[in-house]
Design a protein around this ligand. Structure first.
Ligand code: ADP
Ligand code: MG
Length: 331
């Protein structure tokens, strides 16, 4: 029933940024090397995500937008290690189609023609042949056109745009090997080269000054002489002086998934040990890798929080990794 469908959709599709998150995850799942995100009017007028991934075969298009499409999850254990699993419920496209005008156009690699399908407020049309580049383009127009209450709940265009920017930035940083771009109202915000280098991704997003002033963090437990639950800590952190960040910016990833965890934030902050210049804030992009069994399995994989089995040990390992990096630069 339509109402139930729309309520279920609300679980997945809260705002434009959540649509963008789902679509970008699908593109990554499809093995894309290039993902272009484009939005208009904070994403309420349109959201377009184009990728050069494997594509969706014509006969699978209806299934892709159907309720409970085959999910990519293998078994319950995948859920437990949820931080490493992207798509797992098989309902994102369906949910998005229930509350917007959704068009999916796709041409699988090597296929001669593409195929397209439109879903309007839950009503799926026919699959038609379309000309399109290899890969998949998903376009979401008039988000929440049929759920005015939800539309009213959205913040200003600027705020929704910022949220989309934050999501796309997180994925661009987490995947420096993928060329990710963001266009807002026909103007390019950033485009990463996809060369696999974190510093070039930071450069494209935040500019030369930020990128050049960053120090490399690299800790590998196999080379460490003590026991730690953490396998690897790597990324970039700012120098306390040079950094021009006017507000704290810490992007932390656990097993390549963006998370907001106070243990990690505190670890970074205490590594600086009060050395930050006045009105200067740390800027960090940090990846923490640890065995999935050391991450709390009870935390929902779609949530940004994770819990560690040994939070203190993780915190001190991350703090040590960052302080070592700073120390090497005489900080
Ligand atoms: P899930 O990602 O959990 O499987 P979705 O509703 O997000 O569920 O997507 C449904 C299906 O549509 C995917 O399993 C995939 O087969 C296909 N699909 C969606 N987006 C893409 C894409 N960008 N490239 C290739 N296939 C896609
Ligand atoms: Mg998905």
């Amino acid at each position: 029933d339509r109402t139930v469908q729309q309520i279920a959709a609300g679980e997945v599709v809260e705002r434009p940024a959540s649509v963008v998150k789902e679509l970008v995850e699908n593109s990554l799942d499809a093995g894309a090397d290039r993902i272009s995100v484009s939005i208009r009017a904070g994403g309420t007028e349109s959201i377009r995500v184009r990728d050069d991934g494997v594509g969706i075969p014509r006969d699978q298009l209806p299934e892709a937008v159907a309720e409970h499409a085959t999910s990519k999850i293998g078994d319950v254990d995948d859920l437990a290690g949820g931080v490493a699993t992207l798509g797992f419920r098989g309902e994102a496209l369906h949910a998005i189609g229930a509350v917007s005008r959704l068009t999916v156009r796709s041409r699988p690699r090597g296929a001669e023609v593409g195929a397209g399908l439109t879903v309007e407020g839950g009503d799926a049309g026919e699959v038609t042949p379309v000309g399109c580049p290899e890969g998949t383009t998903v376009e979401v127009r008039d988000l929440f056109f049929n759920t005015p209450a939800r539309k009213k709940f959205l913040a200003t265009e600027t705020t929704e745009t910022d949220r989309v920017g934050t999501v796309v930035t997180q994925y661009a940083l987490a995947n420096p090997g993928v060329a990710v771009s963001l266009e807002v109202d026909d103007r390019e915000r950033f485009a990463t080269p996809g060369d696999g280098n974190l510093r070039s991704a930071v450069l494209s997003i935040y500019g030369r000054e930020v990128a050049e002033g960053m120090i490399e963090v690299s800790f590998d437990a196999t080379a460490a002489d003590h026991d730690t639950p953490v396998d690897r800590v790597h990324g970039l952190v700012s120098e306390p002086e040079v950094n021009r960040a006017t507000r704290e910016y810490l992007a932390t990833f656990v097993n390549d998934r963006y998370v907001t965890v106070s243990d990690l934030r505190n670890a970074v902050l205490s590594a600086y040990g009060g050395q930050l210049a006045p009105e200067r804030y740390p800027f960090a992009v940090l990846f923490v890798e640890l065995p999935t069994e050391a991450v709390d399995a009870n935390v929902h994989p779609r949530k940004l929080e994770v819990r560690f089995d040994q939070p203190e040990a993780v915190q001190s390992a991350v703090e040590a990794a960052v302080s070592d990096a700073l120390l090497e630069h005489g900080i």
